[in-house]
Each structure stands twice: as structure tokens, then as C-alpha cells.
Design a protein around this ligand. Structure first.
Ligand code: CA
Length: 237
């Protein structure tokens, strides 16, 4: 498995590359966006580790260029602790995961392995959970291969939740990801949106659903088979 590590902090970069090498990965190391673009143009990588604060460009720009040319290589963002907006923007731009610095090498290795296992990786840009799928290139959601009719915001919310499937997404992260800066957002806008999305998934017989963790956030996960079957029966299957 070949990784591209893009990190301008040379000490951190060298230590990380060494650790990843010991964990069995082949690592190419670059310290800026220009060198990263050159490396990505000539070599295929199984995953990219991307620091956002680079001397010659914002890592997010590099990410959007990559996704704009339909390159689905998994990207894990490395960010500062206070970079919540960057993380959400990165996930919206098509990053697959992120890790906050300083991180433990063991966690980085585990996250990379998880990324490489994800069905989305083998299938290009399709995120899947149970019979629920989201094609992030075509921006189409489907349940059991039948297209779901969702609003743009519902699709955006679904994508954010799917990219973090099985993990909690805070209400603030959803607000940041779904609404632009300066946009008026009602205090219960996210709740209403998630409520609608949940109903649509249930009605379509999805075997994955959105749970609310009161005061914490939301989590998209597969629902137990029985519940999924009931939901399917409701929609006449
Ligand atoms: Ca940096």
C-alpha cells in the first residue's frame, strides 16, 4: 500500500513517514502543494494524508482539484485542534476522514487501514451503509438501488453522515457543513432537516438510519435487521 504524505512540518513529516514505514506502508513524502500535485500526477497512491496548512497553498485547494478531476483516492486530512471549519469543509470537499494534531501514530495507522477497507474505496465515490447508497460524484442517493428523492440539503446532510457512518456528528458540525457563512439558520433547522431525512429513509425501507443522541449529535448506522424489514414492509415490499 502506497501513501502520499503531504506535510510541511519536516520533523513531524519525517517521524510520521518513518512510523508508517515500520507499519508496512510505502510512503512518499512531500512538503508542499506543488510537489504534491506533481507526485499525484505521475503516481497512483492508495491513500493521501493531507496537512491543510501548507506554505504554498491551502490543502483544501489541493483536495478540491483532486476531486474535480474525479480522483477518488481516499484522503485523510491532518488538522490543527481549532480547525473545525476546515475539517467540515474538507469533508464536504470529499475528504474521507480527518485526524487532529497531535495524533498518536497507532491511531493514524488504524484510520488508514479503515479507509483502505471502506467499500467506498473499491467502488470509487459511492458511500454505502446497509442498502443505503450515496454516489457522491453524481449526488444521487438510493435505497436497494432505487433512487431516493431528496432535497439538496437532505443530500448534503446524508453525505456528511455517511462519511462519518457509525460515528457521532455534532449538530454544530452539521450546521457548519450545511449552511454558508452569514446564512440565517433557525435554531431547530438541523433537527427539522434530520427528522425529514429519517422519515424518508424509513419510508424507503433503508436498512440504515439516523439516530439522535440528545445533546450530543447524530449518528448514521445500520439498523437491526428486524427494524429494517419492518420499514421495508411499510413501504409495501
Ligand atoms: Ca502545516
Amino acid at each position: 500500500m502506497r501513501l502520499l504524505l503531504i506535510e510541511d512540518n519536516r520533523r513531524l513529516a519525517a517521524l510520521t513517514a518513518e512510523g508508517l514505514g515500520k507499519a508496512g506502508f510505502a510512503v512518499d513524502l512531500v512538503h508542499g502543494a506543488e510537489d504534491a500535485s506533481a507526485a499525484l500526477a505521475v503516481a497512483g497512491f492508495d491513500a493521501v494524508l493531507l496537512d491543510l496548512g501548507l506554505p504554498d497553498a491551502n490543502g483544501l485547494t489541493l483536495l478540491s482539484v483532486l476531486r474535480a478531476r474525479a480522483d477518488a483516492t481516499p484522503v485523510l486530512i491532518l488538522t490543527a485542534r481549532d480547525g473545525v471549519d476546515d475539517r467540515v469543509r474538507g469533508l464536504n470537499l470529499g475528504a474521507d476522514d480527518y485526524l487532529v494534531k497531535p495524533f498518536a501514530l497507532e491511531e493514524l495507522v488504524a484510520r488508514i487501514r479503515a479507509l483502505l477497507r471502506r467499500p467506498g474505496v473499491a467502488l470509487g465515490m459511492v458511500l454505502q451503509q446497509g442498502n443505503l447508497a450515496f454516489d457522491s460524484a453524481a449526488r444521487l442517493a438510493s435505497v436497494a438501488a432505487k433512487p431516493l428523492d431528496l432535497s439538496r440539503r437532505e443530500l448534503d446532510a446524508l453525505e456528511l453522515l455517511l462519511r462519518r457512518a457509525g460515528r457521532v456528528v455534532s449538530k454544530a458540525a452539521l450546521e457548519n457543513g450545511l449552511y454558508g457563512f452569514g446564512e440565517e439558520v433557525g435554531s431547530n433547522a438541523v433537527e427539522v432537516l434530520i427528522h425529514r431525512l429519517r422519515k424518508r429513509l424509513l419510508a424507503a425501507g433503508a436498512t440504515a438510519g439516523v439516530q439522535t443522541l440528545r445533546g450530543i449529535g447524530y449518528i448514521l448506522a445500520e439498523v437491526p435487521a428486524e427494524k429494517g424489514a419492518e420499514a421495508g414492509a411499510e413501504s409495501g415490499q
